[in-house]
Design a protein around this ligand. Structure first.
Ligand SMILES: Nc1ncnc2c1ncn2[C@@H]1O[C@H](COP(=O)(O)OP(=O)(O)O)[C@@H](O)[C@H]1O
Ligand SMILES: [Mg+2]
Length: 428
């Protein structure tokens, strides 16, 4: 293994003899894992910033395959950074195409459940909220994950993150379970086994199966032979573990055999957030995703995540065009893994970060209070007031008092009006 500049990464294994040693500006320092789509390496740049590099098993010499790959990865790059590992760029020239994404340190949900047991109580609520927030963000960018499963959820320090979205589709959306793996059978929706159109509802089904796995330690249609699982997915009701009633009801709806009967990810998120009464009014999508993101991460505002440095393109290589800047989720740090709880607990009414309405107003008030235009207007009208006072009284003292009062009145009235108008535009 090439030497790591940063702290050790649990589970990282040595590079194999024929493994590549670089990918663009990154040194490959070890293997994070391997799945049906290829091998994932840990990459580090000169500054010690880390990324996950997935070398994909795909032949892009066919122009159609190549253009689909480029298109899907470009769409994945547009996904908002809410509970997702951001896709940074992809390299499509050369013999081995690869996709570079944000490295999330932590166990996958699959490994966490295998090693530490099922997730319950608040941790389960946060997991459900975080993963469905990611799904809503993914779907709103026009991307279908197509491979959501416990291996593609990493329990990061700041909450759960969904990884690998869009890659299954980038590798070809005409294939089914009988050819290259495009999803793990136990999490695949019934329409995936037919020749039906695949869309966001297949991710909603996979989300529900993933949460049921987290809560009970087993997928709801079993995990034995491919055909037995496929038969249950197509014909049998799910076998679900005990879960809180709202979650149980949602999971059952999301596992409906007919994709048209499943709620959209955004609806699932609203219902999860509403159950504790903290989102009581319609919110704009962006605000809703923000609340989901904060709920999943249980923020402590003074510990933001480090910024991701945008990567320099490799000379001479064709890359999927980069977004101008990669906005990093300023989501704060919390204990390393979702805690495993044996007794269900209830969310405390004062849990931070979930009060969308109150939190939104104070954020807006804070930003309006520092608004340069508002301050300049108040200063200008304050000076006009002082000048008028001087003309009327010819004395400096009363003129200054009139100016100060005019400044304060203009500043406060503008602040209140701007905050109220901003809150209105945040709704519905
Ligand atoms: N962005 C990432 N951050 C951290 N670890 C990752 C990331 N992407 C992949 N991994 C690790 O690499 C492993 C292999 O990934 P992958 O090839 O997608 O297979 P699978 O999803 O079937 O596990 C994952 O299980 C995970 O441990
Ligand atoms: Mg994966």
């Amino acid at each position: 293994m090439s030497e790591l500049a940063g702290p050790p990464v649990p589970g990282l294994t040595k590079l194999w003899t024929h493994d590549p040693v670089t990918a663009g500006p990154y040194r490959l320092v070890g293997r994070l894992g391997a799945g049906g789509q290829g091998v994932v390496y840990l990459g580090e740049d000169d500054a010690g910033d880390r990324v996950a590099v997935k070398m994909v098993n795909v032949d892009l010499s066919d122009p159609r395959a190549r253009s689909q790959f480029v298109k899907e990865i470009a769409a994945a790059r547009r996904v908002a950074p809410f509970c997702t590992a951001q896709v940074l760029f992809a390299e499509v020239d050369g013999e081995r195409p690869y996709v570079v994404s944000e490295f999330i340190e932590g166990l996958t949900l699959h490994r966490h459940v295998r090693e530490r047991g099922p997730v319950t109580g608040n941790a389960l609520h946060r997991l459900a909220v975080g993963t469905v927030t990611a799904l809503a963000a993914i779907h709103s960018a026009g991307v279908v994950h197509c491979d959501l499963k416990p291996d593609n959820v990493v329990l990061g320090q700041d909450g759960p993150r969904v990884i690998d979205f869009g890659i299954a589709r980038a590798l070809g959306n005409t294939e089914t379970a009988s050819s290259r793996v495009m999803g793990t059978t136990a999490y695949m929706a019934p329409e995936r086994f037919r020749d039906d159109a695949i869309g966001p509802p297949c991710d909603v089904f996979a989300w529900a199966a993933t949460i049921a796995f987290a809560a009970g330690g087993r997928p709801p249609f079993g995990s034995d032979s491919l055909f037995a699982v496929m038969h249950r997915v197509l014909h049998d009701p799910p076998d679900l573990p005990a879960m809180p009633p709202v979650l149980d009801e949602l999971i059952r709806e999301c596992l409906a055999k007919d994709p048209a009967d499943r709620p959209a990810a955004e609806r699932v998120l609203v219902r999860l957030l509403r159950q504790d009464g903290r989102v009581t009014e319609p919110l704009r999508r962006e605000s809703l995703l923000e609340v989901g993101n904060e709920t999943a991460g249980a923020p402590t505002p003074d510990q933001p995540l480090p910024q991701i440095t945008p990567t320099a393109p490799q000379p001479g290589a064709t890359q999927v065009p980069a977004r101008p800047t990669v906005p990093t989720q300023a989501r704060p740090v919390q204990p390393a893994h979702l805690p495993v709880q044996t007794q269900p607990t209830h969310l405390p009414p004062t849990e931070p970060g979930v009060g969308a309405v109150g939190g939104g107003t104070s954020r807006r008030l804070h930003s309006e209070a520092l608004d340069a235009w508002g301050i300049s207007t108040a200063l200008f009208l304050g000076s006009v007031g002082a000048a008028a006072g001087y003309v009327a009284s010819s004395a400096v003292g009363p003129a200054a008092a009139v100016g100060a009062v005019a400044f304060v009145v203009v500043y406060v009235v503008r602040l209140l009006v701007a905050t109220a108008l901003g809150r209105r535009s945040d709704r519905g």
